[in-house]
Ligand binder design. Structure first.
Ligand SMILES: *Cc1c(COP(=O)(O)O)cnc(C)c1O
Length: 221
């Protein structure tokens, strides 16, 4: 099946309030162009270098999301254009994003990545750390970033009960943090959870943004 067909199938299957991020990591630019021509504008990459290379060659109205694990020293390379950074794992990273965004006179939207999976390989912070960031006096001074939501990655499993538990936990954390957030640059609206294998369940559990790669572009090498 073509990329266009697969993209349209997913779009038809999800509520229109849910934002679809097409995860184009490792995919060639031709594949991105096909999705673009089918109307897709939001693409997610997990490596800064790869995202920069693609951004240079592809249409200007593409919104690039960084969905991968983020190294602080790479932030500067994407600060001029990145639309949303999903994987913020510490206050230090937020400070660096703020510093680089300031240089470009921009405000960069960020999601705090929460650890929801039991696997030790999954990145993210604990709820207490997120609370600390959201409540901190220092956050108010980061005028060039905005915390717009949370992101999480479930355990790599087909066990629905486990996935359901992890997504539900993240959703209640989201609701809780949303209530305690008072800083002007912290308004939790986006809950980024769900990938090719589990997005339907993620949406049922309250996801507002799904990150889909292989179900659109086929398997990665
Ligand atoms: C690769 C990736 C995805 C997409 O995974 P698929 O299973 O191909 O849909 C989503 N989120 C993150 C953080 C990823 O790295």
């Amino acid at each position: 099946m073509s990329i266009t067909k697969k993209l349209n199938q997913i779009k038809e299957a999800i509520p229109k309030e849910v934002t679809l991020v097409a995860v184009s990591k490792t995919q060639p630019e031709t594949a991105i162009i096909e999705a673009y021509q089918a109307g897709q504008r939001i693409f997610g990459e997990n490596k800064v270098q790869e995202m920069i290379a693609k951004q240079k060659n592809l249409p200007n109205d593409i919104q690039w999301h960084m969905i991968g694990h983020l190294q602080r020293n790479k932030v500067k390379y994407m600060a001029s254009f990145v639309q949303l950074i999903h994987g913020v794992e510490s206050f230090k990273v937020l400070q660096e994003i703020n510093k680089q965004a300031q240089k470009h006179n921009r405000i960069i939207d960020c999601l705090l990545q929460l650890k929801i999976a039991t696997e030790t390989t999954k990145f993210g912070m604990q709820v207490q750390e997120a609370e600390k960031i959201i409540n901190s006096e220092a956050l108010i001074n980061l005028k060039n970033i905005k915390i717009t939501g949370l992101m999480g990655m479930a355990t790599f499993t087909t066990d629905t009960a486990t996935l359901n538990k992890e997504f539900t936990t993240l959703k209640s954390t989201f609701d809780h943090l949303k209530k305690i957030a008072t800083a002007p640059n912290c308004k939790l609206q986006i809950l980024s959870m769900g990938m090719s294998s589990d997005y339907k369940l993620a949406i049922a559990c309250g996801s507002t943004m799904i990150r889909i790669g292989s179900s659109i572009f086929g398997n990665r090498n």
